[in-house]
Write a protein that binds this ligand. Structure first.
Ligand code: DX5
Ligand code: ZN
Length: 221
């Protein structure tokens, strides 16, 4: 049976000077708050790090979904879990020991996620899936919000869903997810939908979350 869709608004598209207020705008609607950590090395953009995540954790009741677009996640990712993030996702392209890392994240009582850039195949990582709580298939090149959705990734989402099979591993998509693309993702098998511009670019972000959820649920029905 298909899982209920979950929506994770990305604060990358929010006002960074008012993060607590921006989180409050989706409270009661969002399942997660997606926080994009970028180090200007793994991706050509710089956002925020552990001190800001620690402050945000104190300012919201929404579980925090950290997406680490950083080099050496083996060193840094467990600290986000220890700080209280509900989910911590590292990029497999940057990780040295992804199995050890996923176990360390889980040992801090966070969900362990592993992300794939658009051109990274999923098949070589099939055996790692039982070590994970979530697989993130990027639907844009990581680094910036507001990019166009890459339809070319849809077959990989389908293959990832098939590899997950009956395992209790969520399948997340991130990048260009909007009211016009979320149905394609849901039909391909995604369960967790990150949306930046589609939520924070809307006049009413909470209403935008609900519209996205409805479209995803309809597509999965
Ligand atoms: C991009 C980030 C995304 C970004 C998505 O590298 O990982 O989370 O915020 O933004 P939209 O939904 O606007 O493409
Ligand atoms: Zn992200």
């Amino acid at each position: 049976m298909a899982r209920a869709p979950q929506i994770s608004p990305s604060i990358l598209s929010a006002d960074f000077a008012r993060l607590a207020d921006e989180a409050a705008r989706v409270e009661g609607a969002a399942d997660w708050l997606h926080v994009d950590v970028m180090d200007n090395h793994f991706v050509p953009n710089l956002t925020l790090g552990l001190p800001v995540v620690e402050s945000l954790l104190k300012s919201t009741t929404i579980p925090v979904d950290c997406h680490l677009m950083i080099e050496d996640p083996d060193r840094w990712a467990p600290q986000y879990a220890e700080a209280g993030a509900g989910s911590v996702t590292f990029h497999v392209e940057a990780a040295t020991a992804p199995i050890k890392l996923a176990r360390e994240i889980r040992a801090q009582n966070a969900r362990a996620g592993m992300a794939l850039r658009p051109a990274t195949p999923v098949e070589p990582y099939a055996d790692l899936l039982p070590e994970l709580d979530m697989l993130l298939v990027m639907t844009v090149e990581p680094g910036f919000g507001g990019q166009g959705f890459l339809d070319v990734v849809l077959p990989k989402i389908r293959r990832a869903k098939a590899l997950i099979g009956d395992l209790d591993v969520w399948l997340q998509v991130d990048g260009g997810v909007s009211e016009s693309t979320i149905e394609r993702c849901a039909e391909a098998g995604a369960d967790v939908f990150v949306a930046g511009n589609a939520v924070y670019g809307a006049a009413d972000p909470a209403a935008a979350v609900e519209r996205l959820r409805t479209k995803a649920a309809q597509a999965r029905a």
